[in-house]
Design a binder for this molecule. Structure first.
Ligand SMILES: [Zn+2]
Length: 335
């Protein structure tokens, strides 16, 4: 069995050279794969354009029509951060299908694990609003389809920004468990400890908001003491990751201090719970580092660990957040 990369050059049609979320990001990552020793171990496949009706199962008609109309014209801006290019209605559906295909291939055992190397990203897109560089919520669209097959899904979002869209979409559900570590205070302002889900979904959303400067040790402790023990009890059929490399210590839009090697470590930790894993690209804006973070994860996925020269100092004291989070969640999980 192989590790699949779902990728298309068509994603570069979504581009604004003056914007941090531009076509250079995927180019930098593909270049890093091409010069690495692991390229021959990866199976590249192409996405297709997601059927419109699947979009409607996650997003509102108003939101979908808005992107469709801007895309049919000359493109434009949804908000101060989020641009739409001509033909983005196709490009954004190509990205969503990329993640859905990756998930289906892993569930059907056509691939051992997979990475949807797609743009535009998705985790800020809510039911009603495209925002934060995101048009459609790729990970949520895929998760919504898989749960129809009766599968339980764990999503871990390690982007430096909180995945407000993904959280909102699954906030009252107990078949999708959402875990996030993110910088706080920071965009988009959500992801507090007391946001734990509602109704049936109570206890199935968990947020670890981290102050500036927290890094590998702090995140590792949150995973080991809370997120992984909960994951074990939840017994997911598949684990999905919102892979945002803007939590790396050199990122221009970040403030956390993860190192490149730690991204591989995250995969290693979650693989022990469920080896069926699929990642989708979210943020990450330092073109010198995003490819290295990706290679660290792909190395772990093909079982060929790659050591990258990278270190930084961090403020690792996380006891207060852990205590508060345990207190919030202990009613629902043994932690
Ligand atoms: Zn981000």
């Amino acid at each position: 069995m192989t590790t699949q990369i779902v990728y298309s050059e068509e994603f570069n049609k979504h581009n604004n050279p003056g914007h941090p979320e531009n076509a250079q990001r995927l180019n930098a990552m593909i270049n890093e794969i091409n010069k690495s020793a692991i390229k021959s171990k990866l199976d590249f496949i192409k996405p297709e354009i997601l059927p419109e009706k699947i979009l409607y199962e996650t997003h509102s008609e108003w939101m979908i029509e808005n992107i469709k109309n801007l895309s049919l014209e000359e493109g434009g801006w949804i908000d101060l951060d989020t641009y739409v290019c001509q033909s983005d209605y196709e490009t954004a559906r190509l990205a969503a299908d990329g993640m859905l295909q990756a998930c289906n291939n892993v569930l059907n055992q056509d691939a051992e694990n997979a990475f949807a190397l797609v743009r535009p990203p998705g985790h800020h897109a809510t039911i009603n609003h495209s925002m934060g560089f995101c048009l459609f919520n790729n990970i949520a669209i895929a998760a919504n389809q898989i749960t129809k097959k009766g599968k339980k899904i764990l999503i871990y979002d390690f982007d430096v920004h909180h995945g407000n869209g993904t959280q909102e979409i699954f906030y009252n559900r107990n078949d999708v468990l959402y875990q996030s570590t993110h910088l706080s205070p920071h965009y988009p302002g959500t992801g507090n400890i007391d946001e734990i889900g509602k109704d049936e979904g109570k206890g199935y959303t968990m947020n670890a908001p981290l102050y500036y400067g927290k890094g590998d040790k702090a995140v590792s402790k949150i995973l080991d003491e809370i997120f992984l023990p909960v994951a074990k009890q939840f017994k997911p059929d598949i684990i999905l990751f919102s892979a945002g490399y803007d939590s790396h210590h050199m990122d221009t839009l970040g403030g956390l201090k993860l190192t490149a090697n730690f991204y591989g470590k995250i995969i290693e930790k979650y693989q022990k719970i469920q080896p069926k894993i699929v990642l989708t690209l979210e943020g990450g804006y330092n073109l010198n580092w995003i490819g290295k973070c990706l290679i660290s994860q792909l190395g772990q996925m093909i079982n060929q660990k790659i050591k990258i020269k990278d270190s930084t100092a961090e403020n690792s004291n996380i006891d207060e957040i852990i205590a508060k989070l345990k207190n919030k969640l202990k009613k629902y999980w043994e932690i």
